[in-house]
Design a protein around this ligand. Structure first.
Ligand code: C2E
Ligand code: CA
Ligand code: CA
Length: 671
């Protein structure tokens, strides 16, 4: 069994709403991040700067105070020395005042310093200074007393010997204190500066991160936009089910092909392809199976053409194929034949073997049109004719077709009224049993008694009836009339006469078939075994299991089922045993070449052998001359139908045929 590698479905488009939401979230997150980072950074920097300022301020004040103490101490020593040298009492008072002022400056600075944050060393230096002062202060007081007593020389001696050295000890300690204060200030400012550096580091780090996130978001945006654009382009130009180009892209490509063909003076073949009876598959097996079939057909069509040829789906079960750069019609027709064959191979849809076929209309640039629109329209028209001519075939476009299309429209209108006016009738063609020499059955064949055109055969209107669906009603009424008519012939004494009525695929699959057959039998009183329904192989090809079920239901009524035109479809002899049928009708195609075709002889004789094995009756159709009759007789075929016996005749001529002595008429019949 041929199993299709179905092409994968085209990729689903991205969900733009979801993407938009993601993007928006990305942007909001990024915005928040940037705001957060900036706030954090500024906060950090401000704290670091404040810290630095506070440290600088504190240590400047400390240093100033230490300096003030040191300077005051030095100045007091100098003033004391100067006091020993001055005799003028005013000048002395002035200096004394300065001496005391420096003392109080010293004390104030010291007190202020003690209020400041001090480390252990600073504390112990200040304590040491205090102890040294307690030694130096009384010496200074003695000097001041000596000066007050005008004992300048003694005061000088005291200053030089004791007071200055004592004071120098104090100054040395203060100088140590100054050094320590400076060291502490430097350390603190270094620390504060480090804090500033750390803050700056974080600021750089976080803004770097924000920048990266920004770049990431931007990359996502670019990627998304690119993807959405690509998908939009694809959606606009691609068929979502098969992934093939759609009509829009197809027209565009066809135009490019035509421009190339014009330049190179080559031909372009445009094929309009429509699946036969696709609706039936969709209706009986469901849309999912229909879709699978469409994908299967798409894959097969693609496989038979070259890479630079175009295969597109116009929608539904319609495809178009364009063959580029050819210089003759033959390669185009070869592709067409290949497409017919490949589409007709069986499909495996969910384990079911399904048969399909297609009808192809072909138009060729520049013969049948020079622009894409008219080439497509004409290929479509040709396809329509291929369908009318019996499906599973192709038709080349010709100018005459447009005229035919118009004629067909008129016919369609006429046909619509034909049933009501009783213009659709049956003619009957006899089937002769060679063994008995009697008419064993008559086949009812539809005719249209057209008011202007005269008597029309089914080829002229049956497709129209099928396409409009009117075949179901027409078939029902005609079946009734055939049953009534046959019941009349029975009443007239021809009680073994059977009637064979053709049932098309559309009628066969219609829900009302079983009821119509019941009604016709009941109302006419015809025994069920006298009614034969002629079905074609096509119904088995569409869905063999469903077809078998339907036939079994019909057979349960007691009627006889024959398979018509056997050998023209795609079912092989091997399939035959699966069909629950009673009679097989050998198509006239095999009879036509008798007795000259050994192949057909062999074929007929194997069909006959198989039918015998399966207990099936056989009827050979299309017997047009004595040679064919004799040949069939020799092969062992019992029942014959064809112009040689009789053409289909109007109802009132049937009795004459039934009464005829066939042994005499045909002379050679051996019983
Ligand atoms: P078919 O069922 O194969 O019917 C046999 C066709 O072969 C008939 O064509 C008949 O006139 C023709 N025929 C009979 N003997 C010979 C012969 O010796 N040589 C040649 N060349 N042809 C012969 P007709 O009546 O034109 O019908 C054509 C087809 O239309 C039928 O083919 C059948 O498939 C369909 N048809 C006819 N009547 C009905 C109907 O009432 N309902 C349906 N659904 N289809 C019908
Ligand atoms: Ca038939
Ligand atoms: Ca037939």
């Amino acid at each position: 069994m041929h199993v299709d590698a179905l092409p994968t479905m085209a990729r689903r488009p991205a969900n733009p709403a979801a993407w938009r939401r993601t993007l928006l979230a990305g942007f909001v997150i990024q915005l928040l991040l940037i705001v957060f980072v900036t706030a954090m950074g500024l906060q950090q920097l401000r704290t670091a700067a404040d810290n630095l300022n506070a440290v600088v301020d504190l240590h400047m004040r400390k240093q100033n105070l230490t300096k003030t103490m040191e300077v005051s101490a030095r100045q007091r020593t100098i003033i004391m020395f100067m006091l020993t040298k001055i005799d003028d009492p005013f000048e002395r008072d002035e200096l004394l005042m300065q001496f005391h002022q420096k003392g109080s400056e010293f004390a104030t600075a010291r007190l202020a310093l003690l209020d400041m944050p001090l480390n252990d060393l600073e504390h112990s230096l200040l304590t040491m200074q205090r102890q040294l002062i307690t030694h130096a202060q009384p010496l200074q007081d003695q000097v001041i007393d000596l000066i007050g007593a005008d004992a300048n020389q003694a005061a000088m001696d005291l200053v030089l010997r004791k007071t200055i050295p004592a004071q120098n000890d104090v100054i040395a300690v203060l100088s140590q204190l100054d050094t320590e204060t400076q060291r502490v200030a430097q350390a603190a400012s270094l620390k504060a500066r480090e804090g500033h550096v750390v803050a700056r580091f974080w600021l750089y780090l976080l803004s770097g991160a924000a920048l990266l996130v920004g770049l990431f978001v931007a990359a996502v945006v670019l990627h998304y936009t690119h993807r959405v654009n690509r998908e939009r382009e694809q959606l606009a130009t691609q068929d979502t089910l098969t992934g093939l180009p759609n009509r829009m892209l197809f027209m565009d490509r066809l135009e490019q092909s035509l421009i190339r063909a014009k330049r190179h003076e080559t031909l372009v073949g445009v094929m309009f392809i429509d699946l036969d009876r696709f609706k039936r598959i969709n209706d009986t097996l469901g849309h999912a199976s229909g879709d699978q079939l469409i994908c299967g057909v798409a894959g097969r069509l693609r496989a038979v053409v070259r890479a630079d040829d175009i295969v597109a789906r116009l929608g539904g079960d319609e495809f178009v194929v364009v063959i580029n750069d050819v210089v003759a019609l033959t390669p185009i027709l070869q592709v067409v034949e290949k497409m017919l064959a490949t589409v007709a191979e069986p499909y495996n849809l969910d384990g079911r073997e399904i048969f399909s076929s297609c009808s192809i209309g072909v138009s060729v640039y520049p013969n049948d049109g020079t622009d894409s629109g008219s080439l497509l329209k004409n290929a479509d028209t040709a396809m329509y004719h291929a369908k009318n001519n019996g499906r599973n075939r192709f038709q080349l476009y010709g100018a005459a077709m447009n005229a035919m299309a118009e004629e067909r429209l008129q016919l369609e209108t006429d046909l619509h009224h034909a049933q009501a006016r009783g213009e659709l009738i049956f003619h009957y063609q006899p089937q002769l049993n060679l063994e008995t020499g009697h008419i064993h059955a008559v086949e009812a064949l539809m005719r249209w008694q057209h008011p202007d055109k005269g008597l029309l055969v089914p080829a002229a209107f049956l497709n129209l009836l099928e396409e409009t669906g009117e075949i179901v009603n027409v078939g029902r009424e005609l079946l009734q009339s055939a049953c009534h008519q046959t019941a009349h012939w029975h009443a007239a004494g021809f009680t073994s006469l059977n009637v064979a009525v053709n049932v098309s695929g559309k009628e066969f699959w219609h829900d009302t078939l079983l009821a119509s057959v019941c009604d016709a039998l009941e109302q006419s009183g015809l025994p069920a075994h006298a009614l034969q329904l002629e079905l074609t192989e096509g119904i088995f090809m569409e869905d063999i299991d469903a077809a078998v079920d339907r036939i079994l239901a019909l057979k349960a009524l007691g009627i006889v089922i024959s398979i018509d035109d056997f050998g023209t479809g795609y079912s092989s002899l091997a399939h035959l045993k699966r069909f629950p049928i009673d009679i097989l009708k050998i198509d006239r195609y095999f009879v036509g070449d008798l007795p000259n075709s050994p192949v057909n002889k062999a074929l007929i004789s194997s069909i006959l052998a198989l039918c015998q094995g399966l207990h099936l009756g056989t009827v050979a159709e299309g017997v047009e001359n004595r040679e064919q009759l004799e040949s069939l007789q020799k092969l062992g075929c019992q029942t014959l139908q064809g112009y040689f016996i009789s053409r289909p005749v109007p109802v009132d001529e049937v009795i004459g045929l039934l009464q005829c002595d066939w042994q005499q008429t045909l002379g050679t019949i051996r019983t």
